[in-house]
Design a protein around this ligand. Structure first.
Ligand SMILES: [Zn+2]
Ligand SMILES: [Zn+2]
Length: 366
């Protein structure tokens, strides 16, 4: 039976409220369409050539913006696969054991065949009490979605969804196309905006749409360009927003650039190998979201055949308790295969939304 009561009513109300930012953007977009296509292009432009060029370019940007926004909102975040969940026996054992070393020993045994290379700040296996699973590298529990999200970047209230492995590329394209959309409107509206102040426009309704359109486009261009610039930097360094806040901890210690493989490979990890998909909101990121190649592969004592070069000063006895799947295996799998994730392949749960500060939506690890 569906739970009812004040708690569930509150939850449902919250879920409805979470859609307010999305409704706001949609209404704003609808108004901008009316103001630009109708009031500016059709009513105010006199040159037919300018009208046609502006309308075609505008509709192209509008379509790409809406498409990438839609995909960012409605692509379900990916959760860890079954191997990362504890078995019934392991869960029972964990409940019986007191917290501390015995607890860790159970988790270490459960994680021995999993491709995990990151740890908590204190060097423990990363475990989610709420989902009862061993967290894959770069996976975090989102307190808004109440789920572990693969390669979680942040929970974004403007799309009422978690931005992570499954939709990070869509999110980047959404930022890029919305920025282009605003810049295009501001650039083509500028001369009419100037006419507004020099009384070159007839006193019609169009006049005010033209003025507000320019203000809105210019304002959003400024905020979007800084956000887009920041995410471009994150992609080039192969960091998520959460990792920029708190560097990942590996077995040998903290390394803020641990997942960086160089500019080109970092870009390919998000956009994929096939150039024709780079600018389209179609999933083409590399990998499975559960394991990621690291630049620390040569420091791993489990990789004896790697050429000497990078030092291995930070040997940790714990390394030997974790004979994981060779890292290079996952690396080659990620960087050479163009294997892609298909939307219906996992049982995901998407709902809710919330705060914009990523640090607030990620649970603490010690
Ligand atoms: Zn979780
Ligand atoms: Zn979330």
């Amino acid at each position: 039976m569906a739970p009812s009561g004040p708690g569930s009513v509150r939850r449902r109300c919250r879920r409805v409220l979470y859609w307010i930012p999305v409704v706001f953007i949609t209404l704003l977009l609808g108004w901008s369409y009316y103001a630009y296509a109708i009031q500016l292009c059709i009513v105010s432009m006199e040159d037919i050539g300018e009208q046609v060029v502006c309308l075609i370019a505008y509709h192209l940007l509008f379509a790409m913006f809406v498409w990438s926004y839609w995909k960012t909102i409605f692509t379900l975040p990916m959760n860890p696969s079954k191997e990362f969940h504890l078995s019934y026996a392991e869960k029972e054992l964990l409940e019986r054991e007191p917290r501390g070393e015995a607890h860790q020993e159970v988790l270490r045994r459960a994680a021995k065949d999993l491709p995990i290379y990151t740890r908590t700040m204190s060097g423990a296996i990363r475990y989610c009490d709420r989902c009862q699973l061993i967290k894959p590298d770069r996976c975090h529990h989102c307190s808004v979605c109440d789920k572990c999200i693969l390669k979680m970047d942040h929970h974004c209230p403007w799309v009422n969804n978690c931005v992570g492995f499954s939709n990070y590329k869509f999110f980047l394209l959404f930022l890029a196309y919305s920025l282009l959309y605003c810049l295009f409107i501001a650039a083509t509206d500028l001369q009419y905006f100037i006419k507004f102040w020099t009384n070159g426009l007839p006193d019609t309704q169009a006049k005010f749409h033209i003025m507000f359109l320019f203000f809105a486009a210019a304002m959003f261009s400024v905020s979007l360009s800084s956000l887009f610039g920041y995410h471009c930097w994150l992609v080039s360094k192969n960091k998520s927003t959460l990792e920029a806040f708190r560097s990942p901890v590996f077995r040998h210690g903290t390394d803020k650039n641990g997942f960086s493989l160089g500019f080109s490979k970092n870009m390919r990890q998000v956009f994929g190998d096939e150039e024709k998909y780079w600018l389209l909101p179609i999933f083409s990121s590399l990998g499975d979201g559960c394991s990621f190649p690291t630049c620390l592969v040569n420091q791993d004592p489990e990789q004896p055949s790697t050429p000497a070069g990078l030092n291995s000063t930070s040997k940790n006895p714990e390394n030997h308790q974790f004979p994981a799947k060779p890292l290079r295996e996952s690396q080659s799998h990620l960087l050479t295969d163009s294997q892609s994730w298909t939307e219906g392949s996992t049982n995901l749960g998407k709902d809710k939304a919330g705060m914009s500060n990523p640090a607030l939506t990620m649970e603490n690890e010690t």
